[in-house]
Design a protein around this ligand. Structure first.
Ligand SMILES: [Ca+2]
Ligand SMILES: [Ca+2]
Ligand SMILES: [Ca+2]
Ligand SMILES: [Ca+2]
Length: 652
């Protein structure tokens, strides 16, 4: 025992020694020294990486750097296109320095862009965005701009932080072999990483091309990718193959992909995706996020305005996927405008918003297979040729509880939901104001059944009279013989369906327009069996659950009345990278406090605290330096109420 303890002590001392002796090497574009200091900087980034030991750091000053060598120990490298910045296992590289800093905290990577470029002859031309995105001149470019290839068993991993990485072109070739790993030439144009525990943060990846993961491709390992900005890449942003992956606070915009997702593609592994903004991407296959075979949680992501063949926002082909508090807004696909569930997937969707999505089939959601549990979701204002809100098919098994389906529309089949050959349990849902062929009163406006379904309909609010819903489940519009507790043709009396996110323009808040008025027939009309304990805003349900995603909250109705009317608070530009102007005007002289909060409610800035005079325009600059990319909100509190607005901060 004593011997073991001594060994551990020696091991601990050895580790400490390594850490204590970690060396920093310095690189500038004009350096001619050995890299021991900024004054004695080297211009050879690869040489400084090669000289480093595990734990060492290489600091790189602003400027553009191009790879000049094959990866160490490469087998199969044949041309300059195999040149890459090969990050030796255990080494950390940081860009974004002015060339004077003595501490990493002094670095400003926005002010000091540090580019790693695979465009050897400087002739790349990147034009357009989304469907019009084109990259030319990249035939001679590097297959991978940055490469790391740790051993599979005891890889340490690398850090890549603060770089702009561009000009990778993994357009195909015979794989090379480095460190015992085969490295394909169709993946990871910007960064390709094998194994280890890796951190990729504060990077900009643009103008890269690959079949899979044009920006970043990771193969196994434990990978953290945070605060990166991925835009104008052909072949998607990030592709992870197995491993354990944390992908958070990244921004994806204007990317295209032919085969996989434009934002994030998951293939196996344990994956946590949170606070990512994925917008205005275009694909002929999958939308913003594609998940296959893994265990994946997706929380607080925004998928907005993406276009795809299938699954405009998110597609879950297979695997187990848990989606919570995501925003799926204004996405388009041929099938499943917001979300698409494929065969063999198990999906748990709670507290998500599907709004303004459209498709040929399944405007908001297409449950085309698998086992799906939908609780407390809003499916509002989606549209399709067939099945405006939710399309259910493919022998899927579905449990829908306390969802609100409002104002969805279709030309044919159900405006709200169409179901075909599936097993469905519907409890405590609201169907209201959905349209078929332009009518909210025709049979099928809210619900349409094709072929034979096994249906259980308990305690839902339907928008038409009960005579429109046969108890024979094999009939069109049939809801099944054990339908009980349902309410028919009664207005659920929502607060304001024309403004579903309320006056504060924030979803999941107390003033949301799809909440219930105090005289709503949906209050306490649900069954507690299998119902969620809280509502979409996190409010604990009272008594019997109310129908729909919102539980009536008596204390909040008062806040509705006291909130000042009108739109006094604005923020522009929004989204933004560095700073936005926050402006407000108040109808009367009052004390006003203007603060910015993170999405989890943490105060990040106090912008104004004073008496504000009536009818006077106040403007304040909000600087997002030092903040992670993601969603924030600005809150204006006065003596008469609170107003809030979203702020979407992109990587800065
Ligand atoms: Ca080129
Ligand atoms: Ca609003
Ligand atoms: Ca709101
Ligand atoms: Ca209740």
């Amino acid at each position: 025992m004593k011997r073991l303890t001594t060994s551990l002590l020696i091991a601990a001392l050895w580790l400490f020694t390594i850490h204590a002796n970690a060396t920093t090497r310095y690189v500038t574009t004009t350096g001619s020294g050995s890299g021991t200091s900024w004054a004695n900087a080297s211009a050879d980034l690869q040489a400084m990486i090669n000289a480093s030991e595990p734990g060492d750091e290489v600091w790189v000053a602003t400027g553009t750097y191009k790879p000049t060598a094959y990866p160490t120990g490469c087998s199969g490298c044949i041309s300059t296109r195999d040149y890459t910045f090969f990050v030796k296992d255990g080494v950390k590289i940081y860009g974004g320095f002015a060339g004077t800093e003595t501490d990493i905290s002094q670095r400003n990577f926005t002010a000091n862009p540090t580019t790693l470029s695979g465009d050897f002859n400087d002739d790349d031309l990147i034009t357009g965005s989304g469907i019009d995105l084109s990259i030319t001149g990249n035939d001679e470019n590097a297959f991978h701009v940055v490469l790391s290839s740790a051993p599979s068993s005891d890889g340490i991993g690398v850090t890549i932080d603060g770089f702009s990485i561009t000009g990778g072109n993994s357009n195909f070739g015979i794989p090379i072999n480095v460190n015992g790993n085969s490295i394909p030439k169709d993946s990871g144009g910007g960064i390709y990483i094998n194994y280890g525990t890796n951190l990729m943060t504060n990077n900009i990846l643009s103008g890269n091309l690959a079949f899979l993961g044009a920006g970043i491709y990771t193969n196994y390992g434990t990978n953290t990718m945070t605060n990166n900005n991925l835009s104008a890449n052909v072949g998607g942003g990030i592709y992870v193959y197995d491993g354990t992956n944390t992908i958070s606070n990244n921004n994806f915009t204007g990317n295209t992909s032919e085969f996989y997702a434009t934002g994030i593609s998951i293939f196996f592994g344990i994956n946590m995706l949170s606070n990512n903004s994925i917008w205005d991407n275009w694909s002929i296959s999958s939308g913003g996020i594609e998940a296959s075979f893994g265990m994946t949680t997706m929380t607080n992501n925004i998928l907005w305005g993406n276009t795809a063949g299938v699954g405009g926002g998110i597609i879950a082909y297979s695997g187990t996927n848990v989606l919570t508090n995501n925003y799926l807004l204004d996405n388009y696909a041929d099938g499943g405008g917001g979300f698409y569930a494929g065969d063999g997937s198990t999906n748990i969707l709670t507290n998500n918003i599907f709004s303004g999505n459209s498709a040929f089939i399944g405007g908001g959601i297409s449950l085309s297979g698998g086992t799906n549990t939908l609780t407390n979701n809003l499916i509002v204002g989606n549209s399709a040729n067939s099945a405006g809100g939710i399309h259910i098919a493919g022998n899927s098994t579905n449990v829908l509880t306390n969802n609100t389906l409002i104002g969805n529309s279709a030309n044919i089949n159900g405006g709200g939901i169409t179901t075909k050959n599936s097993i469905n349990t519907f409890m405590n849902n609201i169907f209201w104001g959905n349209e078929k062929g332009g009518s909210t009163i025709v049979a099928g406006a809210d619900y349409h059944a094709n072929n034979t379904n096994v249906n259980t309909f308990h305690y839902n609010l339907f928008q038409l009279a009960s005579s429109n819903y046969p108890t024979d489940a094999s009939m069109p519009y049939g809801i099944g013989s054990d339908a009980i507790g349902n309410i028919f043709a009664q207005d659920p009396l929502l607060v304001n369906v024309t403004d579903p996110d309320g006056a504060d323009d924030l979803w999941f808040t107390e003033d949301d327009g799809l909440a219930l008025q105090n005289n709503s027939p949906a209050i306490n009309a649900g069954t507690p069996t299998g119902a969620p304990l809280t509502d979409i805003t996190g409010f604990t349900r009272i008594g019997n659950p109310d129908l729909g995603a919102y539980e009536y909250n008596p204390t909040i109705s008062i806040a509705h009345i006291t909130a000042p009317p009108g739109n006094f608070l604005t923020a522009y530009p929004n989204p933004f990278t560095q700073s936005a102007t926050i402006a407000f005007t108040l109808p009367e002289t009052t004390e006003a406090v203007l603060k910015v909060y993170s999405i989890d409610g943490r105060e990040v800035a106090l912008l104004f605290k004073d008496i504000a005079k009536a009818e006077q325009l106040y403007t304040v600059e909000f600087d997002s330096a030092g903040l992670a990319a993601g969603i924030y909100f600005v809150s204006l509190t006065t003596e008469t109420g609170v107003q809030q607005r979203y702020l979407l901060v992109l990587t800065n």
